[in-house]
Design a protein around this ligand. Structure first.
Ligand code: FES
Length: 113
């Protein structure tokens, strides 16, 4: 086992967790609500600002407990920010709100608007 905390703290300022859970169930899941397209939109927005993976990591994750048929769930850590019902169209506004238009605001919390 290797403890890599210092390395990751140096590299990653924030982590965008996007639920991509797919399940065969009567209950809604993010995969059915466009999660793959939301992940692609998040990555594209960050790549365009040279912020993808470092300093802003993107991780596909299991259920965040915000399941909806209307969009995908996203959490941003370590900010403790949570979103549900995120669509591709929402991604630019969400990320700009969190990180600023140039993805340069890594160390602040999103404005409470
Ligand atoms: S399936 Fe995505 S939050 Fe539950």
């Amino acid at each position: 086992m290797n403890r890599r905390t210092a390395q990751q703290r140096d590299r990653i300022g924030a982590q965008v967790l996007v639920c991509t859970t797919d399940r065969d169930s009567e209950y809604a899941c993010c995969a059915d609500a466009g999660a793959d397209a939301v992940v692609a939109a998040v990555e594209s927005w960050l790549r365009d600002r040279n912020a993808f993976w470092s300093p802003i990591a993107v991780t596909e994750t299991a259920c965040l407990g915000l399941c909806s048929a209307d969009g995908t769930a996203i959490a941003i850590q370590p900010r403790d920010e949570w979103y549900s019902d995120v669509t591709v169209a929402d991604v630019p506004d969400l990320l700009e709100r969190e990180f600023g238009p140039d993805a340069a605001s890594i160390d602040r919390r999103a404005a409470d608007a």
